[in-house]
Design a protein around this ligand. Structure first.
Ligand code: PLP
Length: 702
């Protein structure tokens, strides 16, 4: 499947002509620009040619323009230069009181981190303050005007990397009028997209990064206004007019030169009109695919190339997995923090509702992307929406969709686990430990499966229980009709057990007969006992004792809270503490080791833990000849509990290999199975993302 890369704000590919230029420099024109022989002179000439081109493009005839390794280095150099000068002014008695170091609240982390770092290291310890932004992500200019007289350094990016919001640089300039503050404008996302007029605006420092605009990583530029203070970050051989020591990255400079040449010639990158047309098409495809979608910034204030959005009820992780399965590479929040599922600080600073800042997805295309590519991307986006609808995971799900459901489904919100036990024959279900935070996930499940809810049970008495029942009643009143009178924990009055088809649920009261807590046991015909023990029993060893009396040793205990993704444990496990804290070794199997691991009998079992809507888009991977279809299972993580009992009955030597997109979900599954006693459980290293990158799939067969 063609990979469609829509994450240009994180980085871009290198233009073919830029690659060629870099190769030529590395091969033939490899001279050191500091050498005075012919090879060196050629290298220097090339470097100066690129510098001149950059000056023309940036509107920076005067001042200094030096090559750096990227924007982070440029930011450090600018902050160090400014703070060193401010310290000099303080020491000379030119300033009497501590100066404010100001940065936009939506600035890239490199800026506030550099401010704090050099502020401490230079012993200034001055206040570092965020300039508030409004709902649209634009700086609060009235606030800035008020603070400007006390400010020593002001940092305001030209365009935001997450939202694409363009700053009002002229407004900022006006707010700083009369202030002696130095001004740093992080221009990374503006290069090639906005006219910067650096000299005209009297910007003191402007860092740039090559890899955001089709040059390689490891090359950047820093502009320093004529007369602005400068302190080198690196000293040594005096390169770059002693502004930045170290032999220049001449291959990177040559490549950057080609990009700047393409910008000047206007023959490679789309013009503004085309970029806006591309944006329109993508925005339309997104709103078609995901009705209810909201854009997190006003298009009229944004770069055309960045679309930041959220879809109610769909977590950003889900959307990222979905897009990735369709071969669309987008990112959630900012790329630097993509590994952590944290709300975006940029959207939080804009005051967007919590759901919007944690469900945000960023799609950013490049100025070199063709209209055909954008068209193909739109088709894939629409296919993503279709897949979600077909699997009932959208407000507009296909009516009557009947994807099969497992006996137990687990929903997790902030570590709190809610379980839904479903009887597919009579279409009845029971919920255990539902909190208001789970309502959306339950509602989506219900839209897909249309079951009647016969009980909503809680393992401990808490007010959220009633709130959750109320929220569910409002969400699907017709499914709640079988709920009769119940005790405070939701247990139906007078009932000895709850029957769910061939299965039944009983209640276990803790010692002392407290009415405020209970465990529930699901007695299944084929999977033994599953006990819902809530959060208390996990934490309190005394509670375990009474469970020992009531449950079979191999019964699976399902916790009410599971931050560490253990899924389940058994009373028969040798040491509960060990099971909770020990990290299993060597959990992943690389491609090279698959063959070794699977060359023995019995045959391996392969388990795909991705969601069905992901398979529908990406198809099933070719995991090699010799893997019998009977030995491949599809068990999404939320249904893992249904499969665990059967896997635990496998012969000890049976390798079980879990796989998913990135290796994250499969590692959770493999760890859970190992903890429960099946040591031969593995996760495919790097997930299918790396698999697809390899030329020939390894044979997993014996
Ligand atoms: N500033 C902004 C706005 C960015 O988007 C980035 C990269 O994401 C940086 C600074 C850091 O750039 P570099 O990777 O060149 O150090």
């Amino acid at each position: 499947m063609e990979e469609i890369y829509l994450d240009a704000n994180a980085t871009t590919p290198v233009l073919p002509q830029a690659r060629q230029a870099a190769m030529a420099v590395m091969g033939d024109a490899f001279g050191n620009p500091s050498s005075i022989h012919g090879s060196g002179l050629k290298a220097r000439a090339l470097m100066e040619q690129v510098r001149d081109r950059a000056r023309r493009l940036l509107g920076a005839a005067g001042g200094q323009l030096c090559f750096t390794s990227g924007a982070t280095e440029g930011i450090q150099t600018a902050v160090l230069s400014a703070l060193t000068e401010l310290r000099r002014r303080r020491d000379a008695g030119e300033t009497q009181q501590p100066l404010l170091l100001l940065y936009g609240a939506t600035e890239h982390k490199a800026v506030p981190e550099a401010l704090r770092h050099w502020n401490d290291l230079l012993g200034l310890h001055w206040p570092v303050r965020a300039i508030p932004v409004d709902h649209q992500g634009r700086h609060d200019l009235a606030w800035l005007r008020q603070q400007a007289p006390q400010a020593g350094l002001v940092c305001t990016m030209a365009a935001n990397n997450e939202t694409g919001v363009v700053s009002d640089l002229d407004g900022i300039r006006a707010a700083l009028a009369g202030s002696t503050a130095l001004w740093l404008v992080d221009s990374v996302q503006a290069l090639g997209k906005l006219p910067l007029h650096l000299a005209e605006r009297r910007i003191d420092y402007a860092p740039f990064s090559g890899h955001k605009l089709y040059a390689p990583k490891g090359i950047g530029m820093l502009y320093v206004r004529e007369g602005a203070p400068f302190t080198p970050l690196m000293t040594g051989g005096g390169q770059e007019g002693a502004l930045r020591a170290g032999t220049e990255n001449i291959a990177g400079i040559a490549a950057l030169g080609e990009v700047l040449q393409a910008l000047e010639a206007g023959d490679t990158f789309a013009n503004q009109e085309t970029l806006w047309a591309h944006r329109e098409r993508l925005a339309l495809a997104l709103t078609d695919a995901f009705p209810g979608l909201v854009f997190n910034a006003l298009p009229s204030l944004c770069l055309p190339t960045t679309l930041n959005f959220a879809v109610p009820g769909l977590a950003s992780r889900l959307l990222l997995d979905l897009f990735d399965a369709a071969g669309l590479r987008v990112s959630g929040g900012s790329a630097c923090s993509a590994a952590k599922a944290q709300p975006s600080y940029v959207l939080e600073a804009m005051g967007l509702p919590a759901w919007q800042s944690s469900a945000a997805v960023r799609l950013s295309f490049g100025a070199a992307d063709s209209s055909e590519l954008i068209e193909r991307a739109c088709a894939r986006i629409r296919a993503c929406g279709d897949s979600l609808r077909a699997h009932g995971l959208a407000a507009h799900a296909t009516a009557g969709n009947t994807t099969p459901t497992g006996l137990v489904t687990r929903f997790v919100a902030d570590g709190a686990c809610c379980y839904l036990v479903a009887d597919a024959t009579r279409r009845h279900c029971v919920l255990i430990d539902a909190l208001p935070a789970h309502t959306e996930q339950i509602t989506q499940w219900q839209r897909r499966h249309h079951h009647t809810l016969v009980a909503v049970l809680a393992t401990t008495h808490r007010t959220e229980h009633a709130a959750s029942v109320a929220a569910l009643s409002a969400a699907f009143p017709e499914s709640m009709q079988a709920l009769g009178p119940a005790d405070p924990l939701g247990w139906p009055q007078g009932a000895r057990q709850i029957e769910l088809g061939h299965h039944r649920i009983t209640r276990l009261a803790p010692p002392g007969g407290s009415a405020n807590a209970a465990a529930y046991v699901l007695h299944t015909t084929d999977q033994g006992q599953l006990a819902f023990v809530g959060a208390g029993a996990m934490a309190d060893a005394g509670s375990l004792h009474w469970l020992t009396q009531a449950l079979a040793p191999q019964a699976l205990l399902l916790p009410g809270h599971d931050d560490a993704q253990h899924f389940a444990w058994t009373l028969g496990q040798p040491s509960r503490l060990k099971a909770l804290h020990a990290e299993p070794e060597a959990l992943t199997l690389s491609r090279d080791r698959l063959h070794l691991q699977f060359s023995t009998s019995p045959a391996p079992l392969l388990v795909d833990v991705r969601e069905p809507y992901e398979h529908a888009l990406g198809g099933r991977p070719d995991l090699g000849q010799g893997v019998h279809p009977n030995n491949v299972q599809s068990v999404p993580l939320g249904s893992l509990l249904n499969a665990l009992p059967a896997w635990l009955k496998l012969e000890a030597g049976t390798p079980v290999l879990f796989y998913c997109r990135s290796g994250n979900r499969s590692a959770q599954a493999a760890r859970a199975l190992r903890r429960l006693g099946h040591a031969n459980a593995w996760s495919l290293e790097g997930g299918l993302a790396l698999w697809a990158a390899q030329a020939t799939p390894a044979t997993l067969a014996r």
